[in-house]
Design a protein around this ligand. Structure first.
Ligand SMILES: Cc1cc2nc3c(=O)[nH]c(=O)nc-3n(C[C@H](O)[C@H](O)[C@H](O)COP(=O)(O)O)c2cc1C
Length: 139
């Protein structure tokens, strides 16, 4: 059975909900999935996973300078290099994600395989399009 780890950083709960919905989708597709916040995730689970989905809420000046927050960046900095899992990124936002994904991609460069998928949501609910994209990612 394939294994996935969904790791999120959420300030007020929306990204946690999105991470949980992403995790539930993977579980429905027969993947043994754990979902944890950056504070609760242990690196051994990540190293052993087939899929790693990293999520962080979008912070910035709403139209410019979006970036993942420090706890998410610290998690990625502290994470040992791991080239086993296939990687996806996700975020939640209100207006524009702008530089959020480029900043997330830059943070994981050299640490993980290149991210193959980026998912974003304003409300933290998995859309039908997200589900299709995840199915392709898992295939
Ligand atoms: C300080 C602050 C800065 C934010 N900056 C942006 C931004 O630059 N662009 C954007 O679209 N949303 C921005 N948002 C909205 C959040 O990204 C959005 O509400 C997100 O879903 C929050 O996720 P969370 O509930 O997991 O913390 C900002 C919110 C806060 C509190």
């Amino acid at each position: 059975m394939k294994k996935a780890v969904v790791v999120y950083r959420s300030h007020s709960g929306v990204t946690r909900r999105y991470g949980e919905e992403i995790g539930a989708c993977l579980t429905r597709h027969g993947i043994a999935t754990s979902v944890a916040s950056v504070g609760d995730c242990d690196f051994a689970t990540v190293a052993d996973a087939d899929y790693l989905l990293l999520g962080c809420w979008t912070s910035g000046l709403f139209v410019i300078l979006q970036h993942p927050d420090e706890p998410w960046l610290a998690f990625v900095r502290d994470m040992p290099e791991t080239k086993r899992p296939r990687v996806a990124l996700f975020t939640t936002y209100l207006l524009a994600t702008g530089s959020q994904f480029p900043k997330m991609r830059a943070a994981v460069t050299g640490k993980t395989n290149a991210p193959e998928l980026e998912l974003k949501s304003r409300h933290g609910r998995l859309s039908a399009a997200d589900e299709k994209a995840l199915e392709k990612f898992m295939a």
